[in-house]
Design a protein around this ligand. Structure first.
Ligand code: FAD
Length: 303
C-alpha cells in the first residue's frame, strides 16, 4: 500500500487509486484521478485535508460532475467525494439544511414535501448542493445565492461559516479551495401542490429547450445582455461534430457526447465556438464549466 493511501485510510476515509473520471462526470469523459477518497464526516474530511496539506498533495471536490470537463489525462491528486453525514438533508421549519454532498434534486424535493417555496428554479439542475454553491447555480432568473442563509466550509485546518455572499453570475459563493460541508437555505411557506406545479413547469420548460444525453448543461456563460447559445447558433455551428462530440441542434450552448467523445473532442468544439463567436461578434465567451487537468496544454483562451 502506498504511504499516501495508508495515511488517507488512517483517517477513516475510503480511498482508491487510479479511478477513471469518465464514470463520475455527466459528460462521460475524463482520464483517471490518481486517487479518489470518499469522506463521510466533517471530522474525517478535516483529517484528510490535513494529511494532504502536510504532504503537498493537491485535491479537488467532485460533486456530481455535472459542470466539469476533465481532460483525457485526468487529475493528478486526490478527488474528494462527500458522503454520509456530509450528504445529509433535513428540514427545520422554513429551513432546508443540506450537506455539501447532498443532491440538489433531493433538496428541492424535500422543500416541496414540506410545502416550502424558493428552490423550484433548481429542479432539473443535476448537481450537488456543494457544486451549486461553487457555481451559484441558477435558472429561470433565480440563483442559489437568493435563498442561501449560510454555508460552512472546511479548508486545511480551518472551519468557517459565512452568511454574506458576493453573488456573481455563475461565480463561486465561497473562495475556491474551501470545501462546502454544510448549507442552510431559507425558504417560505406555500402549498405543496403549488410548489410541485412550479417544479413541473420548470421541468417541462427544460425538456422543451435542452437536449438529453451526456452533456454538462450550458458550456459557456451568457455574455452580458445576450445568450451564448444564440451567438453560437448564428455562427452556424449547430450540429458541428468533432470525433464523438457534437454541438447540439436543440441548444447551441450544449455539447453532447454521442458515446465515443474524448475530452479533447469537446474542448476542440469549445475552442471553435469561442473563436468563431469572437471573430464574428467580438464577444469573448467564458466557459461556465470548470476545466480540470488541462494545465500545461496550450489554450489560447482561458488559461
Ligand atoms: C442537463 C444539465 C442541465 C444543467 N442545468 C443547469 C442550470 O440550469 N443552471 C446551472 O447553474 N447549472 C446547470 N447545469 C450545470 C451543473 O448541474 C451545475 O453547475 C451544478 O450546480 C454543478 O454541481 P455538481 O455537484 O455536479 O458540481 P461538479 O461538476 O462536481 O463541480 C463543479 C465545481 O464545484 C466544485 N465543487 C463541487 N462540490 C464542491 C464542494 N462540496 N465544495 C467545494 N467545491 C465543490 C468542483 O470542484 C468544481 O470546481 C446543468 C448540467 C446538466 C448536465
Amino acid at each position: 500500500m502506498s504511504p499516501l493511501i495508508e495515511a488517507i485510510s488512517g483517517t477513516g476515509a475510503r480511498v482508491e487509486a487510479s479511478v477513471p473520471l469518465h464514470a463520475h462526470t455527466t459528460w462521460r469523459v475524463g482520464g483517471p484521478a490518481d486517487y479518489m477518497a470518499w469522506v463521510d464526516s466533517a471530522g474525517v474530511l478535516a483529517e484528510v485535508l490535513t494529511v494532504l496539506h502536510g504532504r503537498g498533495v493537491g485535491s479537488m471536490v467532485l460533486g456530481n460532475g455535472s459542470n466539469v470537463l476533465v481532460s483525457d489525462r485526468g487529475y493528478r491528486g486526490v478527488v474528494l467525494r462527500l458522503s454520509g453525514e456530509l450528504a445529509d438533508l433535513s428540514v427545520d421549519g422554513e429551513r432546508v439544511i443540506a450537506g455539501g454532498g447532498a443532491g440538489l434534486r433531493a433538496a428541492v424535493e424535500a422543500a416541496a414535501k414540506a410545502g416550502l417555496t424558493g428552490l423550484e428554479f433548481a429542479f432539473g439542475i443535476p448537481g450537488t448542493v456543494g457544486g451549486a454553491v461553487m457555481t451559484n447555480a441558477g435558472a429561470f432568473s433565480s440563483s442559489v445565492s437568493e435563498c442561501l442563509l449560510s454555508v460552512r466550509t472546511l479548508a486545511a485546518g480551518e472551519s468557517r461559516t459565512r452568511e454574506r455572499f458576493e453573488a456573481g453570475y455563475r461565480e463561486a459563493l465561497v473562495p475556491n479551495g474551501e470545501v462546502v460541508v454544510a448549507t442552510v437555505f431559507a425558504l417560505a411557506r406555500d402549498s405543496a401542490a403549488g410548489v410541485r406545479a412550479r417544479m413541473a413547469e420548470r421541468a417541462s420548460a427544460r425538456r422543451a429547450s435542452q437536449p438529453g444525453g451526456a452533456t454538462a448543461g450550458s458550456v459557456f456563460k451568457n455574455p452580458e445582455g445576450d445568450h451564448a447559445g444564440r451567438l453560437i447558433d448564428l455562427c452556424g455551428l449547430k450540429g458541428r461534430r468533432e470525433g464523438g462530440a457534437r454541438i447540439s441542434e436543440v441548444h447551441a450552448n450544449f455539447i453532447v457526447n454521442d458515446g465515443s467523445a474524448s475530452a479533447s473532442d469537446i474542448r476542440t468544439l469549445m475552442l471553435l465556438a469561442a473563436e468563431e463567436v469572437f471573430q464574428r461578434f467580438g464577444v469573448r465567451l467564458e466557459p461556465e464549466v470548470s476545466l480540470v487537468g488541462f494545465e500545461g496544454l496550450e489554450t489560447e483562451w482561458w488559461d
